[in-house]
Design a protein around this ligand. Structure first.
Ligand SMILES: [Zn+2]
Length: 230
């Protein structure tokens, strides 16, 4: 079962298989919201088996260190984002559009630095947690961004794209992107997975068909991707 836990500005997700797995750890002020979300789903912090981060930004890794102390769960993330969490900083947030430049001062905060228990390159198996799914590297937003692709056709995509504040069930380019071309390839990679639904790090989920609006099909389709950091 997949449950969304809403933070102040980002989403965490709880995967309830044999052993609970938390995907992302909110912004620094989200600890109470995350603990309440666990409790509401009958999960004691000590039962948490893994904290898997889609990437190392402050609104996804913000409470990871404190949650590890309370749960003794391992923290896992892609090796590409280890420098971010070791520093407790976002690095450069390259704005994709005017909105990105406007929100940057409000979201670019530091967080408690930590050393991950597990830093992987290709991904990790979710089988030990009783989950049918896998980790798919989807770099671009950051060097170490990953998605979690579940066998039921749902995917947790971090900040590869975001949901829409205005239009439910629609995808939008994220405010920030370290490497837009690489992110494009990651969107194509996700589209090839034959997914049904994507759950982003910001705002609500959207049908996987929305991925098609953000990559070049080679068939002259109109795209909405700006492609250039500003
Ligand atoms: Zn991010």
């Amino acid at each position: 079962m997949l449950v969304r836990i809403k933070g102040a500005i980002s989403n965490c997700y709880l995967l309830l298989g044999e052993r609970p797995v938390l995907i992302d750890a909110g912004a620094p002020g989200d600890l109470g919201r995350i603990l309440a979300g666990l409790k509401a789903n009958g999960v004691e912090p000590k039962q948490l088996a893994l904290i898997l981060l889609t990437h190392g930004h402050s609104d996804h890794a913000g409470c990871a260190a404190e949650l590890r102390r309370r749960s003794e769960a391992q923290i896992a993330l892609h090796i590409g984002d280890v420098p971010l969490v070791r520093a407790g900083q976002n690095g450069v947030l390259a704005a994709q559009d005017l909105l990105g430049r406007l929100v940057r001062p409000f979201v670019d905060e530091t967080f408690e630095a930590f050393e991950p228990d597990l830093a992987f390159r290709e991904g990790i198996s979710l089988e030990p947690y009783g989950l049918r799914g896998r980790v798919l590297p989807t770099p671009g937003h950051t060097a170490g961004s990953i998605s979690v692709v579940l066998a039921n056709g749902e995917a947790l995509i971090g900040d590869v794209l975001r949901g829409s504040f205005v239009w439910p069930h629609r995808a939008r380019p994220h405010y920030f992107c370290h490497d837009p071309e690489t992110n494009q390839r990651s969107i194509v990679r996700l589209a090839r997975e034959g997914l049904l639904r994507c759950h982003p790090g910001q705002f609500g989920s959207f049908p996987a068909s929305q991925l098609g609006r953000y990559y070049d099909t080679g068939e002259g389709e109109v795209l909405e991707w700006s492609g250039k950091p500003v």
